[in-house]
Design a protein around this ligand. Sequence first.
Ligand SMILES: Nc1ncnc2c1ncn2[C@@H]1O[C@H](COP(=O)(O)OP(=O)(O)O)[C@@H](O)[C@H]1O
Ligand SMILES: [Mg+2]
Length: 274
Amino acid sequence: MTAPARAPEAAAVAAPAIDARGLTVRYGDVLALDGADLTLDPGTVCALLGANGSGKSTLFSALIGLVPLAAGQVRLHGRTPDRARKQGLVAYVPQSERIDQAFPVRVADVVMMGRYGHMGPTRRPRRADRDAVDAALERTGLTGLAHRQIGALSGGQRKRAFVARGIAQGADVFLLDEPFAGVDKGSEATITGVLGAMRAEGRTLLVSTHDLAGVGGFCDRAVLLQRRVLADGPPEQVLTPERLARAFGLGAAGPGGPDRPAGDDREEESPWTR
Ligand SMILES: Nc1ncnc2c1ncn2[C@@H]1O[C@H](COP(=O)(O)OP(=O)(O)O)[C@@H](O)[C@H]1O
Ligand SMILES: [Mg+2]
């Protein structure tokens, strides 16, 4: 069983699921995004690729409204990020390093947070909320860990808990920041299965990954980021040796190329091709 996907309101049906124009983000002197554009129609599964420091995590933060924009605009199903978040339209699975492991909260509580948008101001869970949480826990293989502290989970289990929160929420747009990085094989298989099911349900997925080999089998689109979008299109057109060399700084990166090689990231096999 799954939480029902929310149908966007009639007025926004024609709007892209993600519409980001000219996103520019600075952290002090660091220009993390420099006019990045990304438009995804509902139901698109898009890989976000780029070297370390190319701005992938910043792009996710910008899409969900967690960093101030120096320039540009984001709309999710025609709404501001704030509004889309409040309406539960968008779910975000952060890169694990950004999760505060000491945060004293149980797995079931994290997943229940996905239901807040469905509850009244008292945030008292009703039957439907508990059912949605149970279903999301089951789907992500976390039923037996529901009462564990989130900080006591493995990296992969924690990622599954955040995926479960998005499922319980019934979000249409899923932003997944390196869901496969540093996860054990069991979690990898579970997450792969869950993403495949969400894809079949027509949800919109933006997934950052270093798994270049797996992208073609899973994604309709691939976007190469290096502060701005270097290439955007079908994976077979985007993942050319020349473009990858440019994005990952292999060989002659040229002016503005990243200063670190792609080999910084340790991902072995493809979770999407097995
Ligand atoms: N909170 C922050 N404060 C200062 N600089 C940051 C912060 N977050 C990211 N950066 C810098 O912004 C750039 C993009 O980082 P990030 O979005 O994390 O890239 P990626 O996810 O592709 O590795 C990098 O140079 C990084 O060091
Ligand atoms: Mg990142």
